[in-house]
Design a protein around this ligand. Structure first.
Ligand SMILES: [Zn+2]
Ligand SMILES: [Zn+2]
Length: 113
């Protein structure tokens, strides 16, 4: 039976790793090696360091996924910008092509007619 946070009922790390009854983000105080709450006071330093490691893992994983989300937004915007620029360039290119194609033709056609 996995333990759940008493506030948000997200599943917690195992009791041997994290003795707290609240999920990391639900805790009001973040315990550190220097200041521990009653829950983790009983842990040995090794156990507490392991806890910090698993917390770091979690937060880093969360950071990575959220930054990935954030990354995709500007890149799609950038892509859109690039597309617009490409269209603009193509538009200018076709204008250039039609005008450069038009002038020799008109040059050809004017003496014939
Ligand atoms: Zn919670
Ligand atoms: Zn604690």
């Amino acid at each position: 039976m996995p333990r759940k946070c008493v506030k948000c009922s997200r599943s917690l790390l195992s009791l041997t790793v994290d003795p707290h009854e609240e999920y990391l983000s639900c805790r009001e105080v973040f315990c550190s090696l220097a200041s521990r709450c009653d829950c983790c006071k009983a842990l040995s330093q090794d156990q507490f360091l392991r806890l910090l490691d698993s917390i770091k893992d979690r937060t880093e994983r969360r950071k990575a996924s959220s930054s990935g989300k954030r990354k995709s937004y500007p890149s799609s915007q950038q892509l859109h910008k690039r597309m617009c620029k490409m269209e603009e360039t193509l538009g200018r290119l076709s204008l250039f092509l039609s005008s450069s194609q038009g002038s020799p033709f008109s040059g050809f056609q004017s003496p014939a007619s």
